[in-house]
Design a protein around this ligand. Structure first.
Ligand code: TRP
Length: 489
């Protein structure tokens, strides 16, 4: 059968799409905070070492595997060894899991975009976020009903994803020309505003003052590796799926290098935009900078919006810019995740992109409604923690072992060198066989130990078992089912 597989319009589209999936909210709300807590400027040393010794090698592995085997994760692992298809489905299933909860942040961003018009959060952004917008209940067991405007936010999110993905990769090639550069330009606007405010330099001093003593702490090195894996969107099948839409002769290694550097450069740059604003906020409120710093949702929906309220002029404009930035940062990560999963169905059963996009979006919309309820925040938090701290780490580890020991990795290296601009030395094989698995195994053990010694955020065990371990098991079961279901001939 002649293969009609979709292809990227150009190499630029492929690289932009890969950068778009990697550059996400994590670059803005995770990296700057991790850097600030882990030695400031000195953190850049373990961070870049992690990038070159594990991040880029793994990125090359994923993009290369997709390109060579011309399949998303399930088919790619299935063609290494039949039974590995199950693992591929599990990895791709986790990416479906991520997009279903990731959509929550986009839904909040839509709501805040609307609220920006009259800056509704006022001076008590924290109370506003948790009590008025999320109407957060007392605990994960107290669920209640979906909150209508969060449901509207979800509908807008899934609607956008459907429109982008229904025409397949050719359309994605065009969309990423906007969704990738735009948020970076808007971040630059926020950065310039930030830097010209009083107190900005104090903030930046907190962000970057190097504390070399911290480098002696192995925990800092693990954080650097963890941040690199998360930030490059590794171990979720996304880069394999995207690689599978490359042409037969497409270059891999240099594209991976560019993707990695562009992503980490954006993180470093976003840190200035975040910390200049936090420095200003600290000055206005007469507090030391550490008192106003936050990461995750606390930064995006509390600290940064508070700083915007305090701006001398054009507050509404900057609020709009900020939430548009969040939406654009998130959307290309979201559709990359969905595509990584649905391409598995295309590969196996040749279902059309339009149908896959439509069915997935409808089912995912209903599943994501749990996150729009009054307990939604807790469920979001637990699922996120378990998928990132356990699911992705296990996938990364197994992937290294499969490719490093079972697939003929030296021959794979020759293959990649034959098509690529930058030639891979033996270091690449060493990174995949020894260093990366060792680091991932250590991260896994540390995470498990932490979870056993005290439950995450003090959530009740039943909730972390159901939402955390339950999600991981659910996708393993789904993966098993999809693996056993025969192909159409
Ligand atoms: N890299 C994304 C960020 O920094 C988050 C992420 C992790 C992700 N794994 C992913 C995004 C897989 C898309 C696909 O925000």
């Amino acid at each position: 059968m002649a293969e009609q597989r979709d292809q990227w319009n150009s190499r630029t589209s492929f690289i932009l799409a890969a950068v778009g999936s990697a550059v996400g909210l994590g670059n803005v709300w995770r990296f700057p905070y991790v850097a600030y807590e882990s030695g400031g400027g000195a953190f850049l040393i373990p961070y870049f070492i992690a990038l070159f010794t594990a991040g880029i090698p793994m990125l090359i592995l994923e993009m290369g595997l997709g390109q060579r085997l011309r399949r998303a994760a399930p088919g790619a692992f299935g063609s290494i060894k039949k039974n590995f298809q199950w693992f591929g489905w599990w990895a791709a299933g986790l990416s479906a899991g991520i997009v279903i909860y990731y959509s929550t942040i986009l839904s909040w961003s839509w709501v805040y975009l609307w609220k920006s018009i009259n800056l509704s959060w006022g001076t008590n952004a924290e109370g506003y976020f948790f009590n008025e917008v999320l109407q957060r209940s007392a605990g994960p067991g107290d669920i209640g009903f979906p909150i209508w405007y969060l449901v509207v936010g979800m509908a807008l999110t899934w609607g956008s994803i459907y429109l982008i993905l229904r025409k397949g990769v050719r359309n994605v090639s065009k969309v990423v020309m906007v969704t990738v550069p735009l948020p970076i330009i808007l971040l630059a606007v926020l950065l310039i505003r930030g830097l010209t405010l009083p107190g900005a330099m104090d903030g930046i001093r907190y962000y970057l003052t190097p504390d070399f003593a911290k480098l002696a702490d192995p925990g800092i090195w693990l954080r650097a590796y963890g941040q690199i894996f998360f930030s490059l969107s590794l171990a979720s099948g996304v880069m394999i799926g995207y690689g599978s839409f490359l042409g037969k002769k497409s270059e891999i290694t240099n594209s991976a290098l560019i993707t990695g550097l562009a992503n980490c450069g954006t993180s470093f740059f976003a840190g200035f935009a975040v910390f200049s604003m936090l420095g200003y906020l600290a000055q206005v409120q007469g507090l030391p900078v550490p008192e106003v710093t936050a990461s995750g949702t606390g930064l995006a929906f509390v600290a940064y919006p508070t700083a915007i309220i305090e701006l001398p002029a054009l507050n509404v404009l900057f609020a709009l810019i900020f939430f548009v930035t969040l939406l654009f940062l998130g959307i290309d990560s979201a559709f990359a995740l969905q595509e990584a999963f649905t391409t598995g169905f295309y590969d196996k059963w040749k279902i059309s992109h339009e149908k896959l996009a439509r069915y997935f979006v409808i089912i995912a919309f209903f599943m994501s409604l749990i996150f729009t309820t009054r307990a939604g925040y807790y469920w979001f938090d637990i699922v996120d923690k378990w998928i990132c701290d356990f699911g992705l780490v296990v996938v990364g580890l197994v992937q290294c072992i499969i490719v490093g020991y079972i697939y003929n990795v030296q021959e794979f290296r020759q293959y990649l060198n034959g098509i690529s601009e930058v030639h891979l030395g033996n270091w690449w094989v060493i990174a995949l066989r020894y260093l990366t698995p060792l680091v991932l195994l250590t991260i896994l053990i540390v995470n498990l130990y932490n979870e056993i010694s005290s439950t995450y955020e003090g959530y009740p065990r039943w909730a972390t078992t159901a939402a955390g371990w339950g999600t991981l098991l659910l996708f393993a079961a789904l993966g098993y089912f999809l693996w056993r279901k025969p192909e159409n001939k």
